[in-house]
Write a new protein. Structure first.
Length: 136
């Protein structure tokens, strides 16, 4: 996945660590989900799992790849990515960051281990996996 043309300018009211994190996310790369059309499919490899994400539009997505939270595709709301704390880079999936999403069966957001890679998979595999999935 290529990086988006959104570039961060350091902010004088942010702590140096926060400004550093934003710049580091641009160096390591990622993707702004708002820049992708619905039906885009992403494979997001974290330290512990490989998630498949099918974008539905807005912040909705079908996600699978975690044995407990989403062993089968389930509709979630993708919040964005964090650096492990409370600051969220909204609608962004970034390498070196933690993906955060809202699962319909849990009150608190699900936060993944660090994202290592983001890629678009081969379409045949994805179409087979999501055939007949409810996309409402």
């Amino acid at each position: 996945m290529s990086t988006s043309p959104h570039s961060f300018r350091s902010h004088p009211n942010f702590a140096d660590e926060v400004n550093h994190n934003f710049v580091q996310s641009e160096i390591e790369g990622g993707v702004f989900l708002n820049d992708l059309p619905p039906s885009t499919v992403l494979e997001i490899q974290t330290q512990h799992h490989c998630y498949t994400v099918f974008l539905l539009g807005g912040n909705g997505a079908l996600i699978s790849g975690h044995p407990q939270y989403c062993p089968e595709p389930i509709q979630v709301a993708i919040c964005g990515s964090t650096w492990g704390g409370s600051m969220l880079k909204r609608r962004f999936v970034g390498r070196g960051m933690h993906l955060e999403f809202r699962h319909p069966e849990y009150h608190t957001p699900i936060v993944t281990s660090r994202v290592q890679e983001i890629r678009e998979p081969k379409l045949k595999k994805v179409k087979d996996q999501y055939a007949g999935a409810d996309r409402t």
